[in-house]
Write a protein that binds this ligand. Structure first.
Ligand code: HEC
Length: 129
């Protein structure tokens, strides 16, 4: 039992290095700050912001039925796709990382909030499979 748990944990860590300290339950709580504007489930509607299912594989600003700001579209040309590093930077201070973004969100100042949330997002948007 214990050995199986350790093996499972090691596998999860190798998939996402920074998941080492991630707490998915805490990440779910942090997501409450996002859910007024974003859904996560496959096929769910866009709200004020785009549905985020598949966000780690589809590329930045790539949801076809959502109108992104010019700023986000330009950022897409620069960074291509979301990963743990650039997403953490965006979520820490959206308007600093993407000046002109339509995302009216002040930012997550705590690194642990960002780490937990990103692990949760990966799990919920199909990236962790
Ligand atoms: C007030 C509404 C609002 C809140 C709150 C909000 N967002 Fe957003 N989000 C948006 C909008 C609008 C966009 C599109 C931005 C643009 O085009 O500049 C966006 C874009 C994004 C993108 C880029 C999506 C893509 O397809 O490239 C991600 C990732 C994201 N938000 C994650 C989050 C997370 C995680 C939170 C919570 C910490 C959050 N957002 C909070 C409205 C919001």
């Amino acid at each position: 039992m214990k050995i199986a748990m350790i093996a499972g944990t090691a596998l999860a860590f190798s998939q996402a290095a920074s998941a080492e300290e991630a707490d998915l339950e805490k990440g779910a709580k942090v997501f409450k700050k996002c859910q007024a504007c974003h859904t996560l489930e496959e096929g769910a509607s866009n709200k004020i912001g785009p549905n985020l299912y598949g966000m780690f594989s589809r590329g930045v600003a790539a949801k076809e039925d959502f109108r992104y700001s010019d700023a986000m579209t330009e950022k897409a040309g620069e960074i291509g796709s979301w990963n743990e590093e650039n997403l953490a930077e965006y979520l820490e201070n959206p308007r600093k990382y993407v000046p002109g973004t339509n995302m009216a969100f002040a930012g997550l100042r705590k690194e642990s909030d960002r780490t937990n949330l990103i692990a949760y997002l990966k799990q919920e948007t199909g990236a962790a499979e």
